[in-house]
Write a protein that binds this ligand. Structure first.
Ligand SMILES: NC(=O)c1ccc[n+]([C@@H]2O[C@H](COP(=O)([O-])OP(=O)(O)OC[C@H]3O[C@@H](n4cnc5c(N)ncnc54)[C@H](OP(=O)(O)O)[C@@H]3O)[C@@H](O)[C@H]2O)c1
Length: 249
């Protein structure tokens, strides 16, 4: 389904981003994987090649740095002409980022990585998609991008921003045959959950039985390709079932 397409996935070295990259690889895509951890990027690239990807390139980039983001977009366009699929998946969060708790510098970092970088990458890569009248942009939001959470104010704000940006992008780009999708996952079993289990081993059972897998979210992203060119699944919320609350902090 994705043979001959170039797909750029931020945060493609682990968690949900790696699962998305692998799902694309199985469909024959060529990939540009972006993150900071070079060793993890190399491991993910190897797994994607084994899964059936075309070419796989990795970029070690800190998405908090706008100059580095510009460089990434420039390098990506130089490599592949047009990035056919952009997945803005990488994000940063810290516990306690409310009006009463947390470091405002951390709020700025969340805005830079979770919102400003996706906006910048889209601005730099979407014109080529419009030129070829074809493309897909997937933005990874959260249920907190639909319903803000008390203790996660800054994170919720970045994800609401990403949702607003996605809707505006869809309004601008759908006339040019570019699909824009904003995915809002509930709880997914990635490193955050693993850390919580390390801190409190009693959580292991509930995490294992209730949380979605990164592959569940990757499969949701495949909707953009499994639907016809006349269909743009703009907002898609995926929830763990049964709900993990109130058993999970
Ligand atoms: N897990 C969940 O329960 C859940 C629920 C709702 C929404 N989400 C969303 O789903 C997405 C992926 O979540 P996840 O749980 O898979 O995350 P994760 O396991 O924490 O991975 C985060 C990814 O982002 C990359 N990243 C972080 N900061 C970066 C930076 N400054 N520059 C470049 N890359 C950076 C990380 O790579 P490096 O560290 O190597 O840079 C890593 O690949 C995020 O947008 C998250 O908000 C997750």
């Amino acid at each position: 389904m994705l043979k001959g397409k170039w797909c750029l996935v931020t945060g493609g070295n682990r968690g949900i981003g790696q699962a998305i990259a692998l799902a694309f690889a199985k469909e024959g895509a060529s990939l540009i994987l972006v993150a900071r951890d070079e060793a993890a990027l190399a491991g993910a690239a190897q797994a994607c090649t084994a899964a059936g990807a075309g070419e796989v390139a990795t970029h070690t980039v800190d998405l908090a740095d706008p100059i580095a983001v510009d460089g990434l977009a420039r390098d990506a366009l130089a490599r592949c002409g047009t990035v056919d699929v952009l997945v803005n998946n990488a994000a940063y969060s810290v516990r306690a980022n409310s009006p009463l708790e947390g470091d405002p510098d951390e709020f700025d970092k969340m805005i830079a990585i979770n919102l400003a970088a996706p906006m910048r990458l889209t601005r730099l890569l979407a014109p080529k998609m419009v030129e070829q009248q074809d493309g897909v942009i997937i933005n990874m939001s959260s249920v907190y991008g639909q319903q803000p959470s008390a203790g996660w104010g800054a994170y919720s704000a970045t994800k609401h921003g990403l949702k607003g940006w996605s809707h505006s992008c869809a309004a601008t780009l759908r006339p040019h045959n570019v699909k824009v999708m904003c995915v809002h996952p509930g709880c997914v079993y990635t490193d955050t959950a693993r850390k919580k289990v390390e801190e409190d081993p009693k959580l292991e059972e509930v995490v294992k039985t209730h949380l979605m897998s990164p592959e569940d979210v990757a499969e949701t992203c495949m909707l953009a390709f499994r639907t016809s060119s006349r269909c743009c699944p703009l907002d898609v919320t995926v929830l763990e079932t049964p709900p993990v609350q109130p058993h999970y902090p």
